[in-house]
Design a protein around this ligand. Structure first.
Ligand SMILES: [Zn+2]
Length: 446
């Protein structure tokens, strides 16, 4: 997979997600060395630029690649192994033992399968949590797949009945993370950024959290990514141990701010909402995961009214059970409409922004990706409009949110490189990965 020096990508509709939400008919973009250099109608672009490499756009929508603000690529091999369980049982009974038992090769295969699914369904950037051991293999999968990511090992040091092999003392945990920061942070043309992934307060002692905050403060553009206030039972446990509520505990540790993203954020009191707002902490909304684990419905409306930046996410395969952000867009708007009994909440235009530019802003990458604008990186996808579910198409944005699914994605370009086109992965040997997955499935089934 090489970056094309010059390419013109065409479309029936170009959905830019720029500040004015511009949509251009019969459009094209001109990409040079992975950077969007011009955009306009096909007529305009072909008049001003010429290249032999043209990606045809008949019956296609061209839009920014989707941003998944909270994923666990490494859990993909556990898809379908943990259905109909509540969060803490789901974690203790299946997910943590599953992660702990992965060989280093399984970590690679599981992560690569996850990234393949994301790329296939139009996600170009993932904010991803790996597991406690052999996380290098997960980063390797990210590098190979071509996905853009903030990624890192899972940080845990507190044993609340979790597999023993996952728990090391705080100093050892951070020593390895710091080594990884030196090795991976801002590599691959800045496509790979390291991330400090504190699993949650029930698996991280105050000492580890303090070290995470210190390490964060010593590095540029390094985010803290954690789960918080996901289920009522979890919040109760945190309150029992920390003697204060979840968000207050995170604030007192110094872990909140504009370089922190919290997955879920469902069970907050008024003062905690105010803390999120005041600290400019980012929220990752995971509607499918929250529904399947019966965790609750995140009050996205309230966050948005407070000016909090909210991105969308799938969470891991075993609590969803897919990694398709198109489905999250649809469910996110439906859940808010029901929660507030107001059909006007989160219209298609707004939810599409949440899956693109706002997701990019939530992980502080909005200056480079998340919209199709001159000067931004060419992380773009084409969505096919020729199948029966796409007909008729009066309004492309409505179509993307309410009718389309990730299976309609026909081309995924990341950093100016085509990683998926017409059902072919260019970076991943998908038949080899399928064979490996079949072997693992047999092992787990035996
Ligand atoms: Zn998660």
């Amino acid at each position: 997979m090489v970056r094309l020096k010059e390419v013109i990508v065409e479309a029936d509709y170009l959905v830019t997600c720029d500040p004015s939400n511009k949509v251009i008919k019969d459009a094209a973009i001109y990409v040079v060395n992975g950077i969007i250099t011009a955009l306009g109608t096909q007529k305009e672009i072909h008049k001003d630029y010429s290249t032999s490499k043209i990606i045809d756009g008949e019956n296609k929508i061209l839009m920014p690649g989707l941003v998944n603000t909270h994923s666990h690529s490494v859990q993909t091999l556990l898809r379908g192994k943990a259905d109909d369980l509540a969060l803490l049982d789901w974690l203790k009974e299946v997910i943590l033992p599953g992660e702990a038992n992965f060989t280093s090769h399984e970590i690679y295969v599981s992560s690569l399968l996850g990234f393949a699914e994301m790329i296939r369904t139009g996600t170009t950037t993932a904010n991803d949590m790996l597991t406690t051991h052999d996380s290098e293999k997960g980063v390797e999968a990210a590098i190979e797949s071509g996905v853009r990511t903030r990624i890192g090992k899972m940080l845990m040091d507190s044993n609340q009945g979790y597999p023993k092999s996952m728990i090391k003392n705080a100093d050892e945990v951070m020593e390895e993370a710091i080594k990884h920061i030196d090795q991976y942070h801002r590599t691959e043309n800045n496509r790979i950024q390291y991330s400090l992934n504190a699993r949650f307060l029930l698996s991280c002692t105050p000492k580890l959290m303090k070290l995470i905050v210190e390490t964060h403060n010593q590095h540029e553009d390094l985010m803290i990514h954690t789960h918080a206030s996901e289920s009522k039972a979890e919040c109760k446990e945190v309150e029992r141990i920390y003697k204060k509520s979840y968000i207050r505990a995170l604030k007192d540790i110094g872990a909140l701010g504009d370089e922190t993203i919290i997955a879920h954020g469902i069970w907050l009191d008024n003062e905690e909402y105010e803390i999120i707002k005041q600290t400019n902490t980012r929220i990752s909304h995971n509607p499918s995961s929250n529904s399947k684990l019966a965790s609750g419905i995140c009050d996205v409306k309230r966050y948005l009214e407070d000016g909090v930046i909210v991105g969308l996410a799938t969470d891991g395969a075993p609590c969803n059970n897919n990694l398709d952000i198109f489905r999250e867009m649809r469910l996110a708007t439906y859940l808010q409409k029901i929660k507030h009994l107001d059909e006007r909440i989160l219209p298609a235009k707004q939810i599409l922004r949440m899956a693109t530019i706002e997701g990019a802003n939530a992980i502080n990458l909005g200056n480079n990706i998340g919209s199709i604008e001159v000067g931004k990186k060419a992380d773009v996808i084409q969505v096919d409009l020729s199948d029966v579910n796409a007909l008729p198409c009066y309004e492309p944005i409505s179509h993307l949110v309410y009718s389309a699914s990730g299976k309609d994605v026909s081309m995924t370009m990341i950093d100016g490189k085509i990683v998926f086109q017409n059902n072919v992965f260019t970076t991943i040997n998908i038949s080899k990965i399928k064979e490996e997955v079949a072997k693992y499935q047999k092992k787990w089934s035996d």
